[in-house]
Design a protein around this ligand. Structure first.
Ligand code: FNR
Length: 210
């Protein structure tokens, strides 16, 4: 039987506190096998019916990486147009991806046609396949942080375009694009909070009783 002591629990809480969405990376390469190790951990995550619908693409090809960066720029410029006035000015100052600097690019998909798990748990909620993939991403996110490695989730992308750039099957739904590398700085607060965009809400504000 495995057990965890108080010291471990305290450190685990610190891991949650210090996990950050990272957009500012040092360009130094990651040790060989880092992405594969993070994917291994992601594959230990819970999934509906043990369907394991996660699919990973380690994006190494320079032309494909460049195409993703171009798509981000396009989508981010569109996103800016949805704001006006002071919010728009503030949005324009935000750094919302570290695609240029991060040595690791990992695209994560959900296999919507997966037969693993024989449909258990998802008859009324097919979106649980997507949720399972998100759970896998969060596992990798925390595991990376424990090794001093940062992950930045980029969703300011056109999902169909990402599928096209990476030439993956049509049944693969795009879930997230992860920039992975050593962070420039360790932060105990979200960057969006430091930039005065939004603040973290206390749990009592998002909990009700019935
Ligand atoms: C599904 C999803 C999608 C995105 C994000 C997160 C998640 C869960 N986040 C990161 C997000 O801004 C960040 O998690 C919050 O600001 C809280 O900060 P910490 O993660 O605690 O550092 C994010 N950040 C960013 O700069 N560009 C992006 O495109 C996205 N997209």
């Amino acid at each position: 039987m495995v057990s965890f002591d108080n010291d471990f629990r305290r450190q685990l809480r610190e891991l949650f506190v210090w996990r950050r969405d990272v957009r500012r990376f040092r360009t130094e390469p990651l040790p060989e096998g880092t992405l594969e190790r993070l994917i291994d951990i992601a594959c230990l995550s819970p999934s509906v019916g043990l369907s394991q619908p996660w699919r990973f693409v380690i994006v190494e090809d320079e032309a494909r990486r460049r195409a993703v960066i171009d798509d981000f720029k396009l989508c981010n410029a569109d996103a800016l147009k949805a704001y006006s006035g002071e919010r728009a000015a503030r949005y324009a100052t935000l750094k919302l991806a570290g695609l240029e600097e991060a040595p690791g690019h990992l695209a994560v998909f959900a296999e919507k046609a997966c037969e693993t798990g024989y449909g258990l748990g998802r008859a009324t909620m097919p979106e649980t396949l997507d949720y399972s993939v998100v759970a896998a991403i969060v596992s990798a996110w925390l595991a990376a942080r424990a090794d001093g490695i940062g992950i930045g989730w980029v969703s300011i992308l056109n999902p169909l375009r990402v599928r096209e750039i990476l030439d993956v099957p049509e049944t693969w739904k795009f879930i997230g694009y992860l920039c992975i590398g050593y962070p420039e700085a360790e932060l105990d607060r979200p960057e969006l909070e430091q930039a005065d965009w939004e603040r973290r809400r206390p749990s009592k504000d998002v909990t009700i009783r019935r």
